[in-house]
Design a protein. Structure first.
Length: 263
C-alpha cells in the first residue's frame, strides 16, 4: 500500500530568505552590524530598495535595529542569529523530522587543540563593561584556544556589575583591567571587534590589517533605572554577547580547520 502525505506548505522563513537581495543582506549581517548607508554600498542596490527589504526582515523579527550612540541619526541593523537558527531548523523539520540540525541546542566547537591560536581584540569606549565581558566570556568559551584581549579609547575601570555578572556565571575575572587601545597599537590581530558605536568611529589601524567586525551594543552602565534594573541590564548584555560569541566560535573553528587542511 502506498503511503500518501499531505504537501507541506513552504515555511515563511524560506520564502523570506529566498529573495536574492534579502539573502545578500542576511549574508552580510551574519558577522557584523551595519548602517543602512553601508549596506547600500555593500550590496549595490538603491537605498529605497534596501530599506524595503530590511523592513521585510525586521517585520519577521529576523533583523533588529538600534539607534547609534555615536550618531542618533543613524540606525544599526543586526541579524538575530538565534531567531534565524530556530526558523532554519523548523523549516528543515517541517520537511522531515530527521532534518532538525541541532536537537540538543547549539554545541560549541573545541578550538583548544587547534595549532593556530587566533588573536581577537574587543574594543569599546571606557573598556569597563561590554569589551571586558566579551574578553572574559570568549576566553572561557574557547578554553584558552584563542588569545583574547580588550581595550578602550578612554579607559576608566572595570564596572563592578560586569565582574559580578561574570563571576555569577563561573567566569574567571582574574587580570581584567581597563586599558587604552594604544597598548596594542603595534600588535597583530586576526579580528578586531568593536562593541560600541562611538569607538567604531575612532578605531585605530593594526598591523596585518585584521578583519573588523562591529556589534552594536548599548552600554549597560548607562541604564537609568534602579540598581537592580541596571544589574539586569548587565546580565542581558552578557547573554547577548554569549550568543554572538558562540556563533563566532563555530565560524572561527571551521575557518581555522580549513586553513590547516590547506597548509
Amino acid at each position: 500500500m502506498d503511503i500518501t502525505h499531505s504537501p507541506v506548505s513552504l515555511p515563511t522563513f524560506l520564502k523570506l530568505a529566498a529573495h536574492e537581495i534579502r539573502w545578500h543582506l542576511l549574508s552580510v549581517l551574519a558577522y557584523s552590524d551595519y548602517r543602512v548607508q553601508e549596506l547600500v554600498q555593500m550590496i549595490g542596490q538603491p537605498p529605497n530598495l534596501v530599506s524595503y527589504h530590511l523592513r521585510q526582515l525586521r517585520d519577521q523579527h529576523v533583523v533588529t535595529e538600534r539607534r547609534s550612540t555615536a550618531d542618533e541619526r543613524a540606525i544599526y541593523y543586526s541579524l538575530d542569529l538565534e531567531t534565524v537558527s530556530t526558523l532554519y531548523q523548523a523549516a528543515g523539520e517541517a520537511l522531515h523530522p530527521a532534518l532538525r540540525l541541532f536537537p540538543d541546542g547549539l554545541s560549541l566547537p573545541d578550538v583548544s587543540s587547534l595549532a593556530s591560536r587566533q588573536r581577537v581584540l574587543f574594543l569599546c569606549t571606557e573598556n569597563s563593561a561590554r569589551s571586558q565581558m566579551a574578553e572574559a566570556l570568549l576566553r572561557h568559551l574557547s578554553r584558552g584556544g584563542l588569545e583574547v584581549f580588550s581595550a578602550g579609547s578612554a579607559p576608566t575601570r572595570v564596572h563592578p556589575f560586569a565582574l559580578q555578572v561574570l563571576e555569577a556565571s563561573g567566569i574567571d575575572t582574574t587580570g581584567l583591567h581597563a586599558k587604552h587601545f594604544d597598548t596594542f597599537a603595534d600588535q597583530p590581530f586576526d579580528r578586531v571587534i568593536t562593541v560600541c558605536d562611538r569607538v567604531r568611529e575612532t578605531c585605530p589601524t593594526f598591523p596585518s590589517d585584521p578583519e573588523r567586525i562591529h556589534w552594536s551594543f548599548a552600554d549597560p552602565a548607562q541604564d537609568a533605572g534602579s540598581v537592580e534594573h541596571q544589574y539586569r541590564a548587565f546580565e542581558q548584555t552578557s547573554l547577548q554577547l554569549t550568543t554572538r560569541l558562540r556563533f563566532l566560535m563555530i565560524h572561527l573553528e571551521r575557518e581555522m580547520s580549513t586553513n590547516r587542511m590547506h597548509e
